[in-house]
Every structure is written in C-alpha cells, then in structure tokens.
Design a binder for this molecule. Structure first.
Ligand SMILES: [Zn+2]
Ligand SMILES: [Zn+2]
Length: 190
C-alpha cells in the first residue's frame, strides 16, 4: 500500500480517462507515476482539479506545502524534490528524481488548468487579432499582384506593338537599304 507523501494516508487507485493514477484518500493529492503527468496534461486537469474560486486563488496551496516537512516518494521512498511548474508560475510540484513520479495536489492542478486555458485563450486571442491583419496584408499583396499583372499585360501589348512595328520598320529599312545599295551600285556603274 502506497502512502500519501503529504499526510501519510492511504493512496487509492484512481482512473482518469483511462490513465491510472493514485489519489490520496484524505488530502485529494495526486500521484502521477512515470510520465502520467504529461499524459493527463494532454487531456486537461479539469477532472482532477478542485474548484478554485477567483478569491481563493491568491492563497496558493504551494505556499502551504513549501513550509511542509520533507515528502517522500510513495513508490521508492526517495525524497521528493519541489520544483516550480512552468518556471514563471507560483505552482509548486514535487518530483521523485529516481522514478520521475510527480506529486500534485488538486488545488495546484486547478491552477495549472487555469494557466493552460489562459494560455490557449491568449493564443486564440492573438490569432483573432492577427487574422484581420493577415487578411489585409493578403489583400494588399493581391492588389499589388493584380496591378503588376495589368502592367505586364499592357507591357505585352506594347511589346507586341513595338515588335510588329519595329519589324516592319526594320524590314522597310532593309528594303530601303537594298534600294539604296541598288541605286548606289547603279550609280557607280553608270
Ligand atoms: Zn494526502
Ligand atoms: Zn520514486
């Protein structure tokens, strides 16, 4: 039987979306074996997270747990190392360096979930802001392309005109040259 690293109560088997976890029967903390934490992160922590009202958000549970006594890995009894989730957040998780298990309580999971959804929302917001700009740029490019196409067509016409005209002229020129030569030759002969 595994014991909760925080309150030493029994850890109970807990299945979440097909992923096997252990949940403390008392403090509702979760033990994520191996890379289960990452697996759950893909799905989202909302099903595990405790309801966190905006008022209670400021008093993070990580503050409480940081004052706590040393916590031991429920699997290999190694000391759990506290680390800050996502570097800049004030969410603290505990990891076993031997088995890579992660201990997190449901309040911290709620904070992570909020962080993730906040990140997604800001990403969507950025996208929605960027979209009109992208369309504007696209329109501009299309307009420029159309203008260039028009120029090219006009240029082509001009080119064709010039070529026909030029060719005619050069033909005439040749004819004139021949006549001139003919006259010259005739003149010289006579
Ligand atoms: Zn517990
Ligand atoms: Zn361990």
């Amino acid at each position: 039987m595994s014991k909760c690293p925080k309150c030493e109560k029994e850890l109970l088997f807990f299945e979440y979306q097909g992923i096997e976890l252990l949940k403390c029967s008392d403090c509702s903390g979760f033990w994520f074996k191996d890379n289960k934490f990452r697996e759950v992160k893909q799905i989202g922590f909302s099903g595990l997270a405790a309801d966190v009202s905006p008022e209670s958000r400021s008093e993070s549970s990580s503050k409480l747990s940081s004052d706590k006594q040393e916590m031991m890995c429920p699997d290999c009894e190694e000391l759990l190392i506290p680390y800050t989730y996502a570097y800049s957040s004030d969410i603290q998780l505990y990891r076993c360096t031997r088995c890579n298990g992660i201990w997190a309580n449901s309040t911290d999971l709620a904070h992570i979930e909020k962080l993730l959804t906040g990140y997604k929302e800001s990403l969507d917001e950025a996208k929605s802001k960027a979209l009109p700009l992208m369309l504007k740029v696209k329109k501009q490019i299309q307009q420029e392309e159309r203008a260039r196409e028009g120029e090219r067509k006009r240029g082509k016409k001009h080119g064709v005109f010039k070529r026909l005209f030029g060719q005619k002229r050069s033909k005439n020129h040749k004819v004139e040259d021949i006549f001139e030569d003919f006259h010259k030759n005739n003149h010289d002969e006579s």
